[in-house]
Design a protein around this ligand. Structure first.
Ligand code: CA
Length: 245
């Protein structure tokens, strides 16, 4: 565990508060990185695997709530808001947009540590934020949007469609190679599946489920090409995902 210290990102524009938080978190055995604003914070998240974020709401010109929202759109990394804006509204909005906890300034050092430990316990598995924040690509097709970073598929009417990890991997394989026939073997490769259980039949099953979820009024977006495999039938446009810095 010694080399696998949890890394905490402190987002705070006040250097004295950053120092205070850093000292106490390091004393507790956490590795600490700092950011003083939004751009900085997103850059740190893209280059480090962060296990937890403490986030100030008043970040000079940047808005901490907006930042929390952008982070949450891409990652499940735990966020504890540590803020001098102690209003109930901020607290409620903060928790509503997915912050895990909220601490008002001036804070008590022991309280902050207790909250950090509690949130860490709840989210025991390590969060790897690096990939979430590096990949910002999204695909558009036929009114649909597939946001790779957020692992989100949105229907033309704006409703999100839930996909399993494998369905999502399969969809992105198609989106990267639209209007081309892909064999079942190719699709197995794209799934990165070294699982011997993945037979061609399993590919058919995943395609079947994906097809149902991608159902539109018109024709199927995924066509069966007899004897060869499958083809994603419509044009795909690569765009920047929403909320990219
Ligand atoms: Ca501040």
């Amino acid at each position: 565990m010694a080399d696998e210290r949890h890394q905490i990102l402190i987002v705070e524009d006040d250097s004295a508060v950053r120092r205070l938080l850093r000292t106490m978190l390091e004393d507790e055995g956490y590795a600490v990185i700092e950011a003083h604003g939004e751009r900085d914070a997103l850059a740190r998240l893209a280059s480090h695997d962060v296990s937890l974020i403490t986030l100030d709401l008043g970040l000079g010109r940047d808005n901490g709530l907006a930042l929390a929202q952008r982070i949450r759109a891409r990652s499940v990394v735990p966020i504890i808001i540590v803020s001098g804006k102690g209003s109930d509204v901020d607290r409620i909005v903060g928790l509503e947009i997915g912050a895990d906890d909220y601490i008002s300034k001036p804070f008590n050092v022991r309280e902050v540590l207790a909250r950090v430990r509690a949130v860490m316990r709840r989210t025991a598995s390590a969060v790897r934020t690096g990939d979430d924040f590096v990949a910002r690509q999204a695909f558009q097709f036929d009114g649909w949007i597939c946001d790779l970073a957020a692992h989100r598929l949105t229907r033309p009417d704006g409703i999100d469609v839930k996909l399993t990890t494998r369905e999502f991997a399969m969809l992105t394989a198609f989106l990267r190679r639209p209007q081309r026939v892909l064999s079942r073997h190719q699709l197995m490769d794209f799934l990165g599946d070294d699982d011997a259980d993945t037979l061609e039949r399993a590919i058919d099953t995943i395609v079947g489920r994906l097809r149902r979820k991608l159902k539109t009024a018109d024709a199927s977006l995924i066509e069966t090409v007899r004897g060869s495999g499958y083809m994603f039938t419509v044009k795909v446009k690569s765009v920047e995902a929403d909320g990219a810095p």
